[in-house]
Design a protein around this ligand. Structure first.
Ligand SMILES: Cc1cc2nc3c(=O)[nH]c(=O)nc-3n(C[C@H](O)[C@H](O)[C@H](O)COP(=O)(O)O)c2cc1C
Length: 368
């Protein structure tokens, strides 16, 4: 009998734990329907907002590659390269809420067994912005969305009351969750930025204020590279760039560390793991650190001939997970979820060759 890939996560039943992350693969009804046809267990829609959006007058995303022969990172086409990362400065969806709503309703009616999580974003610091969160939440849930993901992590916002800027502020996190949980009664996922030293506290505040799960990671703030020959950035508009977001394989180890930090601090808190998933090995690692759901963006966008939704990718992910469960005799991902948690310890807890090293302290704090 084929292993069962169904996964219960934040009270929702997923036919498999693989979800397309909020990004171009989930930017339209056409793409989401194609993704579901291919077999994805769910989608988090491209982030929906109420403020006007106009993207830069140039490419919004580039794919950076490297090779053994010439192992520099560049978007330049070269033979025998492998994917290193995506870099983007794309804003949230430019499709207005009014257009999203009938689309979401149709998607949910066409695929009732797939989970549709609406990613939403508004500002902070005023009653008006709290009303905006509520309006977005009510509207998306009203047309059948199964859950919401609150975008507190967009890395390229000038507005200081939005995106990654607010993920450092526990009061704002709590106030947004209060507004949204008052407005709707579905699981609320909160997507945080990895680019903060207060991530664990932010996650704690979100869980405490009613978040059902933390989604991690959004892209890492970063710059595109300059080409020494042309002395230009590999992506720019009128010679200028601004901070954008790095995704794909290059962020995997960093994303895992962030997920591990949250998972060890809140072992009972749900986590949707994101960042560099390209196949089962990466997914396995997120699950080992405690994630109960997996989101994928860059690898799906990069798959040629899939319309940017990862048609082959979802078949490989589900096939490889099923093989793994069968080989190991596991019933579900719960059988190995979190196995890495207790194996990540403080530096001084790692064995030295001598017996009496206490992490540089004259007296170990644990010695008493
Ligand atoms: C072009 C592009 C657009 C994105 N737009 C959004 C967005 O609107 N909302 C959001 O929460 N995350 C957005 N993301 C971040 C992804 O959802 C994801 O968190 C990130 O790319 C890391 O996953 P990956 O390594 O699989 O790409 C975007 C990423 C890319 C590459």
């Amino acid at each position: 009998m084929a292993p069962d890939l169904t996964t219960r996560f934040t009270g929702l039943d997923f036919v498999n734990p693989f979800v397309l992350a909020s990004a171009p693969p989930t930017e339209s009804k056409r793409k989401i329907l194609k993704a579901f046809e291919a077999g994805w267990g769910g989608v988090v829609t491209k982030t929906i907002g109420l403020h006007p959006v106009e993207n830069v007058a140039g490419p919004k995303t580039i794919y950076q590659r490297t090779s053994e022969e010439k192992p520099y990172v560049s978007r330049m086409k070269r033979p025998d390269t492998v994917s290193h990362s995506s870099w983007n400065w794309e804003l949230i969806s430019d499709q207005p809420l009014e257009q999203w709503l009938p689309d979401l309703e149709e998607i949910k009616a066409t695929y009732p067994d797939r989970m549709v999580i609406a990613s939403i974003m508004a500002g902070a610091g005023s009653d008006e912005e709290m009303e905006n969160w509520k309006k977005l939440a009510r509207a998306c849930v009203g047309v059948g969305c199964d859950a919401l993901e609150l975008n507190m992590s967009c890395p390229h916002m000038d507005r200081k009351d939005m995106g990654a800027h607010i993920a450092n502020d526990e009061d704002i996190i709590r106030s947004v969750l209060k507004a949204v949980t008052e407005a709707v009664d579905v699981p609320i996922w909160v997507k945080l930025t990895p680019a903060t030293s207060t991530l664990v506290d932010a996650a704690g505040a979100a869980y405490e204020a009613g978040a059902s799960s933390i989604s991690l990671c959004n892209t890492f703030p970063s710059l595109p590279l300059m080409d020494p020959e042309t002395m230009k950035f590999e992506v720019e508009v009128d010679g200028l760039v601004t901070s954008g977001g790095l995704g794909g394989l290059a962020i995997l180890p960093q994303a895992l560390q962030r997920v591990s930090d949250i998972s060890r601090a809140y072992p009972d808190g749900a986590i949707s793991g994101i960042g560099g998933i390209k196949g089962f090995r990466e997914a396995f690692n997120f699950i080992a650190h405690g994630a109960g759901n997996l989101q994928v963006c860059t690898a799906a966008m990069e798959e040629k001939g899939s319309g940017g939704v990862g048609v082959k990718l979802i078949q490989e992910l589900t096939g490889d997970l099923a093989d793994f469960l069968e080989r190991k005799g596991f019933d579900s991902i719960e059988a190995f979820r979190g196995i890495a948690r207790e194996r990540v310890v403080e530096h001084s807890k790692i064995r030295r060759k001598s017996e009496d090293y206490n992490g540089g302290y004259a007296q170990s704090p644990d010695a008493a």
